[in-house]
Structures are given as C-alpha cells and as structure tokens.
Design a protein around this ligand. Structure first.
Ligand SMILES: O=C(O)CCC(=O)C(=O)O
Ligand SMILES: [Fe+2]
Length: 366
C-alpha cells in the first residue's frame, strides 16, 4: 500500500507535568494486550469488574495507538481553537439547550458554575459518524484521521471494555456491545476541549471548581490522559482524589447509562475539574475524549433477568421512570439542563445540589 503523507499540523505543547505531591487515586490498569488469550481475558474481567463496581475509573494501556499517534491527535484537537475564526465558530455553535446535543462548538461562558461565575471551557464535538454535520474548514484535511480515531475509540476501546463488563455480570460477552451499534441512531462522540486559565476572582467565588462534580451521561467515557492535573474523582470514602497523568494511557470511566443498565452494580462515579496545582497554573489544558453511549433506542432498565450476578446481588433503580427512559431521552434531557437550570441544595449544606430530570434525581457536587 502506498504510504500516505499526512497533512502538516501545528504541534501542540502541553504544560510540564505537575511537580506537587498530590493525593492521587490508585486506579487499576487494564492492559488490552492481554485480552488476546482466555487467561488474559479472565484476569482483565476481574480487574475491570472490581474497578467499575468500586472506584468507577481505570486506566487502559496498550490500546493500539502509539505515543506518536496520540500526540498527533492532540495536535489535531487543538485546531478548532486556534485555526478557526470566531465568525466561523459562531456558525457552528450548537444550540445545546434547544437540541440537547453538543454537536458543534460550545463557546466559553455558557454554563453557570457557581456564585454568578461562568465556565472558561471551549469544546468542539463531532458525532462518531463525522459525516452527519459540517465541520470547520481548518479541520477538513484531518477528517480521515478523526474518523479513524472515532472508530478506534469505539471498536478498540469501548467495545473491549464492554465485553469485560458483560463477562463480569455473567452475561454473553457481546450483550453490552449489542447495545452499541456504530450504524444505529445515537450520539457517541469525539470531543476536543480546551480549558483557559481563569481570573483569580472566579477562583475565589467558585472555590477553585472549574466543572462541578457530575456523572457522565453515557456508558463508557474514554479520556486520553494529558499532563495538566485538574480532574478529581470522589472516592468511595467521600474524598476528592486527583487522577494522575500516565503517558499514552486512557482513563476510562462509567456513566449513567451503564449504572442504570446494571442497577447500580457498575458505578457512575462523581468527578469534577478544579484549578491545577501551582506548578501548572496559567497554562491552558487541552483534553481529548470519546464519549461512548448506547444507541438512542436502548431502554435504560437493569438487565437483571439476564444476569445471574445481578440476580444474586440485587439491583437498585434510581427511579421507576428509568424503566421507560431511553438513551435518547436521557442524553437530551441531561445535556439541555446541564449548567443552565436551577439546582437546589440537598439538605443544609450547599456542597451537593440536586435536580430531578425525567423523574430521576441528578446530583451536582461543589
Ligand atoms: O477534563 C476532564 O478531565 C474531565 C471533563 C469531564 O468530566 C467531562 O467533560 O465530562
Ligand atoms: Fe465528566
């Protein structure tokens, strides 16, 4: 096959790694190279099942992208923020509240965080099927690579994780994969995201919180590790812990959809984004994600009839309304409400705020 010369992309240089000794979460590592043998798969099933039933987060290594390929994807991820005019961005802004979808740009200052402070985060989102919408001129030459990246995340990361998690429930290995069909109507998507440093007064008013504690909406979130420390997860003991950067690793977590489908057996863990430690303050933070979601028509009710494990341990429904909530309804309702609707304090402290969406209580952590 003739080798293809890839188009030039401006290199992106991230901040140096944090020098502080932070309280990092200890997360298991899934080495996908081991998934090739039955013994390897059995071992990975145990690791992944334990991780998702407790911390809700894990690392994936040997996922099939070299460090150079990952670096190039970060370079490409920077283009929507540096090579596109504000005018063109505005034409491609997503009407998030009306459509309940992020496809396109979300410009900074759209979400309310706390005390009148709005976010400083910009993102550009592409449906896994990149042909569905128009994209900025500057990324046109890179669409074949973005398409390959979306497919890689979907078939070589999300699907293998779903197989391990299905095995952990004693379900047929393909049972959760069957709910994630590339060609079905749905909104698994690629996100390029840039956080800009904030003025000190915003840091004070929000107590350094950049993005409130939340759960993700879909099934499997694929977060490509990058050096700027800011992501924290709420440990089972109720402590915020930092997620450490691991070079060319992926951080994977579970979202609401899998928590609902497993009646709480797998945990949609609360996580948030805060101001980086002093050694990294003043740097922007570029992130690269793939959000895996079940197909739109999937009902988010527990698979208890099919899983001997769930029959044994029992399931917890967040609400009876979950029985009739589809993935499409849940993603649209949550996306349109996020950062745009009134939250009420839970009890006397304002540390946790709540809202009810589709009859299901959603919590936000400060
Ligand atoms: O930027 C991060 O590390 C996490 C962002 C996040 O949690 C999200 O976009 O859902
Ligand atoms: Fe998240």
């Amino acid at each position: 096959m003739p080798s293809r010369v890839l188009p030039y992309v401006e290199p992106y240089t991230p901040a140096p790694e944090a020098t502080e000794d932070l309280d990092y979460a200890v997360l298991p590592v899934i080495d996908l190279a081991q998934a090739g043998t039955p013994e390897g798969r059995a071992q990975l099933t145990k690791l992944a099942t334990d991780a998702m039933a407790h911390q809700g987060f894990l690392y994936v290594i040997n996922h099939g992208y070299t460090s150079a390929q990952t670096k190039r994807m970060f370079d490409i991820a920077h283009i929507p923020f540096t090579q596109v005019s504000l005018e063109e961005k505005k034409e491609l802004v997503s009407d998030i509240k009306a459509t309940g979808s992020y496809q396109g740009y979300k410009l900074p200052q759209y979400w309310h965080i706390d005390a009148g402070v709005h976010d400083r985060v910009e993102h550009y989102n592409l449906n896994h099927d990149i042909t569905k919408r128009q994209h900025p001129n500057a990324i046109q030459p890179f669409l074949p690579e973005i398409d390959a990246f979306a497919r890689h995340c979907y078939f070589n990361v999300v699907h293998p994780i779903l197989r391990l998690l299905a095995r952990g429930l004693d379900l047929p290995e393909e049972r959760l994969v069957e709910l994630h069909n590339w060609d079905a109507q749905g909104e698994s998507y690629v996100r390029f995201m840039k956080y800009y440093p904030r003025p000190e007064e915003d840091e004070i008013k929000t107590k350094n919180v950049w993005m409130k504690g939340h759960t993700d909406i879909g099934s499997v979130t694929v977060l490509w590790s990058q050096p700027v420390a800011a992501l924290q997860i709420l440990s089972p003991e109720g402590k915020w812990q930092w997620v450490k950067h691991v070079n060319n690793a992926i951080v994977v977590n579970i979202g609401d959809a899998l928590e609902f489908l497993t009646g709480g057996f797998y945990k949609a863990t609360i996580h948030r984004v805060v101001q980086p430690p002093p050694s990294q303050q003043g740097y922007p933070r570029l992130s690269l994600f793939f959000f895996g979601l079940p197909d739109d028509d999937v009902l988010l009710k527990p698979l208890v009839d099919e899983s001997p494990v769930l029959q044994r341990v029992g399931v917890r429904k967040r609400s009876d309304d979950q029985q009739t909530t589809t993935m499409e309804a849940w993603r649209k309702t949550r996306t349109s409400a996020y950062g745009k609707s009134e939250l009420k304090p839970e009890g006397a402290s304002s540390a946790v705020e709540v809202q009810t969406l589709n009859g299901i209580v959603v919590k936000h952590y400060n």
